[in-house]
Design a protein around this ligand. Structure first.
Ligand SMILES: [Zn+2]
Length: 278
């Protein structure tokens, strides 16, 4: 089970998963206030802060006002336009240390980033199914769908990474890519190249291919739904990061080369001091 604070629960916890939260043990339905958190506002068309303004409605026995074992509904309003609202249902465990998000409206946004769509191509539908499973807390399903995506795009992804490497590193990477072609196992492919990833693709020293390799190589047969869900979230996070970074760097490089070419052409064509006149 992962541990989150209430803001994280509201922003990104999947439905129907118990998450450990640190909360005021004496909090009652009457004193409990939801924190301010960030979410997309459909009216402002941007990420905004949302707050419940202290309003929340509790369900359960009226005589017992503690939150344990209670379900609470809250409407949170965009603090910028005060118009767009989001609804949440939170269920508090009897033990006072766990919360389950039992409802959310609007649901998680399934619109996918344009770079991701480009790379996923015809596999986009599978990615969305994985995302729906993840949002509902179906860890085994989410893991299986995301794993399938990795299997289908890994070859292309590794080739694109090659174009971002320069110098002696590039030769080592190309040699590793040759070995990649001899295996059909996705985790083995990743193992062969993971340590050759350029530093621009390793934020703060984290190696996304290393994380991906670990998430894929452990058998999930003996893992619980929750543990599979953690692995699934890791896979999705790494995939989204890698695809975005790789495509972004590719686009930046193209823009730079084209811009440079245009500048140099201009210089070549411009009669600079008349020296180039035929
Ligand atoms: Zn708004």
């Amino acid at each position: 089970m992962h541990s989150m604070n209430l803001v994280e629960v509201l922003e990104r916890s999947p439905l129907y998963q118990w998450v450990e939260v640190e909360m005021d043990q004496s909090a009652s339905i009457h004193s409990f206030a939801l924190p301010t958190f960030s979410a997309y506002c459909g009216r402002c068309k941007a990420e905004r802060s949302f707050g419940s303004g202290g309003r929340a409605w509790g369900g359960g026995s009226v005589s017992d006002i503690v939150l344990r074992g209670k379900t609470l509904a809250a409407i949170c309003v965009c603090l910028h336009c005060h118009h767009f609202w989001r609804g949440y249902i939170l269920h508090f465990h009897e033990d006072g240390t766990r919360i389950m998000k039992a409802g959310q409206y609007p649901p998680w946004d399934l619109s996918i980033d344009r770079r991701l769509t480009k790379m996923l191509g015809k596999h986009e539908g599978i990615f969305k199914k994985g995302f729906i499973c993840e949002a509902q807390g179906f860890g085994i399903g989410a893991y299986a769908y995301y794993r399938r995506i990795v299997e289908m795009i890994i070859d292309e992804l590794l080739v694109i990474i090659e174009s971002l490497i320069e110098g002696a590193e590039k030769d080592r990477y190309i040699q590793a890519l040759e070995r990649v072609k001899t295996t059909r196992q996705t985790d083995e492919k990743i193992r062969l190249v993971k340590d050759l990833l350029p530093s621009t693709l390793k934020p703060d020293g984290y190696n996304p291919l290393g994380v991906l390799h670990q998430a894929l190589s452990e058998g999930i047969h003996q893992l619980s739904e929750g543990e599979c869900l953690n692995r699934a979230t890791e896979i999705r996070t790494v995939l989204v990061f890698l695809i975005n970074q790789v495509q972004h760097q590719k686009e930046e490089r193209k823009e730079f080369t084209e811009g440079m070419r245009k500048l140099l052409e201009k210089r070549g064509q411009a009669p600079s001091g008349g020296t180039q006149q035929a």
